[in-house]
Design a protein around this ligand. Structure first.
Ligand code: HEC
Ligand code: HEC
Ligand code: HEC
Ligand code: HEC
Ligand code: HEC
Ligand code: HEC
Ligand code: HEC
Ligand code: HEC
Length: 496
């Protein structure tokens, strides 16, 4: 420990003179926080913390209280969280479900999530505000398990569902060198045996204060244990997911279930900000394979003569998405959107010169089917892609993918139905409105679902996704408007 401190002090002096980036944790620890989910503890959140990353449409970033978090939230927003719930209307309720009133197997209606109550003073039904606090429906176990890690994909050890290929999934068949005994080159989880403590994850990933944000980064055990994965009393998962021979030279092999050579050797940030990630051509301490041998030695201990050596499996640096130019589109139109991120392409040094590895766009539909699209234009930080016009409505996980399966974190793309009135027929004061995208109806004030003729609010007799029967009383002609959970449509009804 003493040796390492000394090394850091010396290195700081040297690096100060040569590094292009002064605001960075170089050398580590702690590591920079450019890639992935911020390292930390998230099992004691209040609704405002959820909003920091997931903003409901009634709020804007400006409305949010300062909750003192100093990292950039991942792009799961802005404002799509309301639609993401509403796009579930009419779809099958999953099992298990976080819906307070829904029955798995049936289809979602408004009252599977919302409560309406009659207000006797005003004389109408109102939507009760049970929906504002995320934690009324989504569970965490304070100080033990965070909300994301109690979800079905996390409990099924599908960690890549949200973390992308920065990690591997246990049991997906990726290579782990179990056939040979660990050597001095095999990384340890902590207490590296290298001359200065190299040769372990915590040589770089250790507690400390992030230079850029001032945030305190905890140790690796705290970051993992606080997710609740494998902790007692939470589910059938236990410690053996991450530990089998703790404290021995074999310990890292269990970690390789998620941190296999394939993912480990493809984590890298663009250190010199030249817009391109070049494997073997970056400053040290911005990832795992930027600089050989410095980065290699952090894990491999400094025993091997790794200088200039390529790391096995490295090539497709894990891409990371940070935003979509449009997060909600409508079915029926082939829109072109811009997907931004980092490492969407990268360079690999080969004997034939530098070779570019490019991402494709993958869309996973609510039913689990996946569609791949080739972007029209691509740079390391952005790509333009045209979405097919015939996507059926719903919430899609959009990812960048390189090679066979090196996928980024997801960003949710919302495909809304077209809300349209085709025909209106009347029988006395009763109107039959046919069309599509009407969703379901909630008879309450400000429910976001209504039929109006001119300025009169009509009473609804029946309402399905394609047909509404309503009574507008004396208002029999004028501008007819249907407001549905998915949007609105209007049509002129002539007076003769
Ligand atoms: C640090 C940012 C962050 C915070 C804070 C956060 N989330 Fe998330 N959440 C994400 C990301 C990233 C995903 C995965 C991508 C996605 O589904 O959009 C996600 C996904 C989810 C999902 C979907 C799970 C699934 O099965 O796919 C739910 C539900 C969720 N979050 C609820 C919450 C709730 C409730 C809170 C507050 C207790 C919260 N989140 C706080 C970033 C965050
Ligand atoms: C799967 C759960 C779910 C279903 C089903 C659902 N909602 Fe919601 N609803 C939500 C959530 C979550 C929010 C947003 C929470 C927030 O704003 O903090 C919301 C917000 C709303 C709001 C407030 C909108 C705003 O911008 O302030 C209205 C009104 C509403 N829903 C009506 C409906 C109607 C009508 C239906 C049926 C057609 C419906 N909801 C179906 C979960 C649901
Ligand atoms: C009234 C209950 C309720 C509230 C409140 C609620 N949710 Fe949900 N949420 C659900 C249900 C139900 C689902 C559908 C998944 C399921 O059946 O468990 C869902 C799904 C989600 C999803 C995944 C949606 C998708 O298909 O992509 C995210 C993300 C999410 N919720 C986040 C939040 C956040 C953040 C909040 C607070 C702003 C919140 N929820 C508030 C009930 C609720
Ligand atoms: C539904 C999306 C989702 C899934 C699935 C998921 N995570 Fe996470 N993970 C997140 C989000 C969002 C955060 C940050 C907020 C939190 O911890 O709840 C996070 C944070 C973490 C952290 C702490 C942050 C860090 O970088 O140190 C660890 C460790 C972690 N997850 C491990 C796992 C493991 C192991 C699995 C699979 C068993 C898994 N996650 C599956 C979304 C997910
Ligand atoms: C030479 C220093 C060094 C060593 C040793 C090291 N890492 Fe990293 N690692 C980094 C840097 C730098 C990043 C990029 C952090 C950023 O910018 O977010 C990183 C990022 C990661 C990430 C993705 C982003 C994140 O923060 O979650 C994972 C996962 C990871 N390392 C796992 C490991 C594991 C497992 C070990 C031990 C086998 C290890 N690392 C050893 C320097 C190192
Ligand atoms: C999701 C992965 C994961 C799971 C599951 C997990 N751990 Fe850990 N644990 C870690 C990591 C990562 C470290 C840090 C290793 C290091 O630095 O050597 C750690 C370190 C430890 C340590 C040594 C450091 C400390 O905190 O004292 C102990 C003891 C420990 N774990 C016990 C457990 C027990 C008991 C369980 C089951 C209840 C468990 N762990 C489950 C990931 C996990
Ligand atoms: C079940 C899967 C899983 C196992 C097993 C696992 N980890 Fe992780 N680990 C993760 C995930 C997920 C992250 C967060 C990646 C991100 O930021 O998106 C992570 C992140 C890390 C990081 C980067 C720093 C941080 O906190 O984000 C280190 C270092 C690390 N793990 C070390 C270990 C060690 C050591 C072990 C074995 C004791 C281990 N992990 C076992 C899933 C796992
Ligand atoms: C973040 C930690 C980390 C970094 C940085 C890293 N590696 Fe590795 N590497 C591993 C792990 C873990 C293994 C598996 C070792 C084991 O289980 O015995 C491995 C295995 C290897 C192997 C043996 C492959 C096999 O088939 O068993 C070689 C060769 C190698 N690394 C070279 C490199 C080179 C060269 C670099 C730098 C460009 C590098 N590594 C950077 C973690 C790392």
């Amino acid at each position: 420990m003493f040796k390492r401190l000394l090394l850091q002090l010396c290195a700081l002096v040297v690096v100060g003179g040569i590094s292009a980036t002064s605001w960075a944790n170089v050398p580590a620890p702690p590591v920079n926080q450019n890639i992935g989910i911020p390292d930390g503890v998230f099992n004691d959140l209040a609704r405002e913390n959820c909003w920091y990353c997931h903003i409901p449409s009634r709020l804007t970033p400006e409305n949010l209280d300062d909750i003192g978090w100093t990292f950039q939230p991942p792009e799961v927003k802005p404002g799509v969280i309301t639609d993401r719930h509403h796009f579930r209307v009419g779809t099958v309720i999953q099992n298990p479900t976080d819906s307070p009133f829904g029955v798995p197997g049936e289809t979602y209606e408004c009252t599977d999530c919302h409560i309406i109550e009659f207000n006797p003073d005003a004389g109408y039904f109102e939507v009760v505000e049970n929906f504002v606090n995320c934690l009324n429906c989504h569970q965490q176990i304070p100080a033990q398990a965070s909300v994301h890690h109690l979800t079905a994909p996390a409990q099924a050890l599908n960690c890549q569902h949200c973390h992308g290929a920065r990690i591997d999934n246990p049991g997906d068949g990726h290579y782990i060198p179990t056939g040979r005994t660990p050597t001095l080159v095999t990384p340890r989880t902590s207490n590296g045996k290298g001359p200065n403590g190299e040769g372990a994850c915590d040589f770089c990933h250790n507690a400390g204060t992030d230079d850029v944000t001032g945030r305190v980064i905890p140790t690796n055990d705290v970051n993992h244990h606080s997710t609740g994965i494998g902790q007692p009393g939470i589910s059938d998962l236990d410690c053996s997911i991450c530990h089998d021979q703790m404290g021995t030279d074999w310990a890292i092999r269990r970690c390789e279930d998620c941190h296999g050579i394939k993912s480990i050797h493809n984590i890298q940030f663009d250190s010199n900000d030249d817009g391109v990630i070049t494997i073997g051509g970056e400053d040290p301490f911005f990832g795992h394979v930027g600089s050989s041998p410095q980065d290699c030695n952090g894990c491999h201990g400094g025993y091997i003569m790794a200088s200039g050596m390529p790391a096995p499996f490295s090539g497709p640096i894990v891409p990371e998405l940070s935003g979509l130019s449009k997060q909600r589109v409508t079915t029926g139109t082939a829109e072109t959107i811009t997907v931004s991120g980092q490492a969407l392409t990268n360079e690999v040094r080969t004997f034939m010169g530098d070779m570019e590895v490019k991402s494709r766009v993958s869309l996973t539909a609510p039913d689990g089917t996946t569609l791949e699209l080739t972007p029209q234009t691509i740079s390391p930080s952005a790509m333009d892609v045209t979405l097919p016009a015939d996507l059926s409505p719903g919430n899609y996980y959009l990812r960048a993918v390189k090679g066979s399966d090196t996928m980024s974190n997801p960003i949710v793309l919302l495909v809304g139905p077209q809300v349209a009135i085709d025909e209106v027929s009347s029988n006395g004061t009763t109107l039959t409105i046919t069309g599509g995208g009407f969703g379901t109806y909630l008879n309450a004030v400000d429910s976001g679902t209504s039929v109006t003729m001119a300025t009169t609010t009509c009473s609804v007799d029946s309402w399905s996704d394609s047909e509404i029967v309503a009574n507008c009383g004396t208002a029999v002609c004028g501008s007819l408007e249907v407001e549905s959970i998915f949007g609105s449509a209007s049509k002129e009804v002539s007076c003769n």
